[in-house]
Design a protein around this ligand. Sequence first.
Ligand code: F6P
Length: 350
Amino acid sequence: MLQEDEQIMRIGVLTGGGDCPGLNAVIRAVVRKGVATYGHEFVGFRDGWKGPLEGLSKPLGIAEVRGILPRGGTILGSSRTNPFKIENGVERIKENLAAQGVDALIAIGGEDTLGVATKLHELGVNVIGVPKTIDNDLGATDYTFGFDTAVNIAMEAIDRLHTTAESHHRTLVVEVMGRHAGWIALHAGLAGGANVILLPERQFDVEQVAGYVEKRFQHQYAPIVVVAEGAQPLDGQMVLHNQELDSFGHVRLGGIGQWLAEQLEAKTGKEARTVVLGHIQRGGTPTAFDRVLATRLGLQAIDAAHEGDWGKMVAMQSTDIVRVPLADATAELKTVPIERYEEAEVFFGS
Ligand code: F6P
């Protein structure tokens, strides 16, 4: 039911950073409630911060969000554009928002996108943030949508790898995403019954990993080693494919799985292969958990915008959806506490 006597706003929506399943569910919830309950208008900005920076937009109404709930990716497109690295970036954003009659922005993103949102809010732009990332590494929220889907994809891959590893008496090393946080590796490894799980939060001793692998073969089972892309060997250098930095200063991770498989093969004498799950973890339809979480976050985000509660990020705390200062989300990376890792260690090598 449309509420009367309220000021109608024109609200821009954007999705920035790496895509993840559930982005469309947020967009749908924001627009559906924003139009039906509050009568607000929406404009979709394309490709993250590039949209408002370059004035690239598309219509965003009820018709545009029909049928998108189960779709992965984002109907708005995404990019890792950092307006603070571009000359007059902030001024250009402000000019484009004014030119398109946009009163406020709902920015859906991770550490980088919400970091930009925080600074823009301090510079007078009306912004609400919605946290997303498969990495689950944002502070102030217990979970980010996209994570559950990524974990389920990785778990299913591990389930499948068990049977082929057994048939060939091989070690299979599974490299998963997560950047500098080991959440995906920990949860997928636990759910999939990995023989060893290696996280960025604790450097690993390759001799010890080889020991776990050998022990597993002694039990007549082939080992699955789950390694986070950001995991590092003791006193070793991070194994990188690529030394280039993106506009937020991040290196592209990857390669540790291949390195580890070579080491394990040499140390155990058993064939070892690597599977890099890569972007498969980010693609496709969201799980029910992620659809519900994304929808609830979207509903809270439009409420916050309607109330003019700018500079907030919507977050999941326990089972509630709450609002926290945007700055809290990016103040510190949420990594895996060592006690959580120790819970999993009981299964290593056995
Ligand atoms: O932050 C999400 C994420 O998928 C990380 O897990 C990964 O390190 C990174 O993005 C990969 O980014 P890109 O798709 O730009 O290579």
